[in-house]
Design a binder for this molecule. Sequence first.
Ligand SMILES: Nc1nc2c(ncn2[C@@H]2O[C@H](COP(=O)(O)OP(=O)(O)OP(=O)(O)O)[C@@H](O)[C@H]2O)c(=O)[nH]1
Ligand SMILES: [Mg+2]
Length: 399
Amino acid sequence: MKFLDQAKIFIKSGDGGAGGCSFRREKHMEYGGPDGGDGGRGGDVIIECVDNLNTLIDYRYQQHFKAAKGDHGMGKQRTGGTGDHVVLKVPVGTQIIDEEKEVVLADMTQAGQSLVLLRGGDGGFGNLHYKTSTNQAPRRSDPGWPGQEMWVWLKLKMIADAGLVGLPNAGKSTFLAAVTRARPKIADYPFTTLHPNLGVVYMGGEEFILADIPGLIEGAHEGAGIGDRFLGHIERTRVLLHLVDGTQDDVAEAYRVVCGELAAYGGGLTDKPEIVALNKCDSLPADEIKEKLAALEEACGHKVYPLSGIAGIGLKDILGQLFFHIKEARSQDPGVVVASAAAGTAKKGNEGFYRRMKDAEADDGEDDGRYGANGEWIWNDRPDEGDEGEEDDDEESDH
Ligand SMILES: Nc1nc2c(ncn2[C@@H]2O[C@H](COP(=O)(O)OP(=O)(O)OP(=O)(O)O)[C@@H](O)[C@H]2O)c(=O)[nH]1
Ligand SMILES: [Mg+2]
């Protein structure tokens, strides 16, 4: 599926219908009088947040959205019908921004949320409305009020709990594929990933959403590489996982470059808790791992985790750390959308959850490479199962 995370569209609400001007005149009926009804209201432009979309691609093909006009008022006191509304469906995390890109008009963070962006114009009064004791045969009826129109930007900022950052080829997509059921493209050239990917990590009966975005290079904030525009997708995460490719010579420099880009982008990215991991440890000798971990720790000032996305080394520690920060942030700020709820995957009790668990089980036979560090399956790692490592492993591979 094509991915599009911003689109400019024209929206217009419907004009109100004109009021009617008519008089009741019937044979043998005295006291007719004015009976023109009011015009109907124009249709609204409504924006609705739905959870089965994850791109704005629909808005590439249609960019103009106009709600229908209200019907005219008519004789016999008939009020005109309301014009049909236009409903724009957008994925969770879409912001509606004014044409100058200065004001956020609406922020759609939860599936089911909907709001009227432009109200349709009111219908005009019919001549019935102007009847008074002194003016019993008014001929005045008003035209409808015009609808409103404007250009707006739709901008999708995906909602994930944790975001992956690093230079191109750091192994971000490989990590996502190792811990979730997402299947992003992976290859040994830079900029394999051209748009963000999301995956759901299941752990200990809970889940969170992890976002993988294209790699950053020095000068990304000035447009180098594919720039930093995809950083918007991790603006709302609660924690970042910074992966550093351990096979390169200067790991500390790699770390600094990415941090520099995050700082240049702003958006509060550098204020988020950060977990740093030295990736690709499977292809490094032990003493080099030690040396590079020390260099990285010095650069970032806190603990660095050894990791190999391919071999599944160290995944569990890192996921545990991510979970720790996510839970803390959720407890402090539950008002911010719980991403998994937005993605319709919320609680263990919900139907979708069991369906996915079942799918996952059915798929087991074909899937390899999703073992956690101790041989457990990441998706099925529940605390109530006392068994550790090997046994879990055997059990699962019987399927
Ligand atoms: N040895 C080793 N190689 C890895 C590991 N993780 C990823 N790779 C390799 O590194 C290359 C890049 O991996 P990707 O996952 O595509 O890297 P990325 O960070 O998503 O790269 P971009 O999407 O280009 O930013 C691939 O050839 C992977 O096979 C690892 O843990 N160990
Ligand atoms: Mg990638």
